[in-house]
Design a protein around this ligand. Structure first.
Ligand SMILES: Nc1ncnc2c1ncn2[C@@H]1O[C@H](COP(=O)(O)OP(=O)(O)OP(=O)(O)O)[C@@H](O)[C@H]1O
Length: 341
């Protein structure tokens, strides 16, 4: 079952009084996120990620298309209906968006006040939420006394106050150092599993996709250039996401050799395939670049190999054994980004 279903979404910004100066931020996006999935939208600055995410809870109203959350079309709701529907959609932000004049408990309680939860129920629920995010002892601290990671934990507790089925994450770890990023990603994955929380996140960091996403889309110029389950994307030899997850920093040709990019996933990731092919065909298999890693979705690896030119049998054998073989190409922007993070 899909918890989020977006079809034909378009959003254009027009400069006031200048209809000729229009920016198409989202240009016809279809997106379905299954219940319990962690779906990442990856793209560079200006790709349209924030606009897309803000359309999911109608902080931005799309010009065209439908946005269904839990089966309800938000574009068809009036203000009151929308207010209610938003209780089912939590959101966390890059810069946390906490109220500096309120304590940690006060920030989380605020989300319950606006939904009319009575005072003693609020107190209990706040304590429960702070435990859930690992901030049990910090209820009376103020945001200025917290680290970035702790602030984001408050943001997460607040976002979960009304027990939403969906959490939207707007670059939630972009302002954090790598270690803190890891701990927040672990928390999100833990919440996804414990609460069956569906998470839709936007990010420009390949590492975030690697660690917690089971599905992903690459967004560029307002469109999805590819999208799907990570295990399926890894099966496509030309997948930009696969290339970004496993950047291969090596030449694309070698004299006297056929150079190919090989992707393996699932059980194949740890099989001694390369040794096997070298033995079986009595050839030297040169690994020019590559790695095997644990992703949230599966274990997978990618290599750039050079095998002696003129005989397709070794590569055909690799294909038969489940490896995906592709021609090496110059790095895509996403791949360069992956190499940098
Ligand atoms: N309120 C706005 N008014 C006018 N143009 C906007 C507005 N918000 C975004 N844009 C433009 O729409 C395009 C997409 O922006 P958006 O913020 O959605 O991209 P993004 O992928 O989230 O990038 P970033 O990570 O830099 O925020 C950009 O060209 C941006 O300048």
């Amino acid at each position: 079952m899909y918890v989020i279903e977006i079809a034909g979404l378009r959003k254009t910004y027009r400069a006031k009084g200048r209809r000729d100066r229009a920016v198409v931020a989202v240009d016809g996006v279809d997106l379905s996120v299954a219940e319990g999935d962690v779906f990442g939208v990856l793209g560079q600055s200006g790709a349209g990620k924030s606009t897309l995410l803000r359309c999911v809870n109608m902080l931005e109203r799309p010009d065209e298309g439908t946005v269904k959350v839990g089966g309800v079309d938000l574009t068809a709701l009036d203000r009151r209906g929308l207010r209610e529907a938003r209780h089912g959609i939590g959101m966390i932000h890059q810069h946390f968006a906490l109220l500096s004049s309120r304590t940690v408990a006060g920030n989380v309680a605020f989300a319950l006040e606006v939904t009319g939860v009575p005072r003693n129920e609020r107190r209990e629920r706040v304590a429960e939420l702070l435990e859930l995010v690992g901030l049990g002892g910090r209820a009376d601290a103020y945001p200025s006394q917290l680290s970035g990671g702790q602030k984001q934990r408050v943001g997460i507790a607040r976002a979960l106050a009304a027990r939403p089925k969906v959490l939207l994450s707007d670059e939630a770890t972009s302002a954090l150092d790598p270690e803190t990023t890891d701990s927040i990603l672990r928390l999100l994955l833990d919440l996804n599993q414990r609460l069956n929380l569906t998470i839709l996140l936007i990010t420009h960091e390949m590492n975030v996709v690697k660690r917690i996403c089971r599905s992903a889309a690459v967004m560029r110029d307002g469109r999805f250039v590819e999208s799907g389950a990570i295990t399926d994307l890894l099966d496509r030899p030309d997948s930009e996401l696969a290339r970004g997850l496993f950047p291969l920093d090596a030449p694309t040709s070698l004299d006297g050799h056929t150079v190919v990019d090989v992707t393996v996933s699932g059980d194949g990731a740890d099989a001694p395939l390369l040794a096997e092919v070298a033995r079986r065909f009595d050839i030297d298999v040169r690994i020019m670049a590559g790695s095997v890693e644990q992703l949230a979705a599966t274990r997978a690896g990618r290599f750039r190999l050079a095998v002696p030119a003129g005989d397709d049998a070794p590569l055909n054998y690799l294909s038969e054994r489940g490896a995906r073989i592709g021609r090496p190409t110059a790095p895509s922007p996403i791949e360069i980004q992956g190499a940098a993070s």
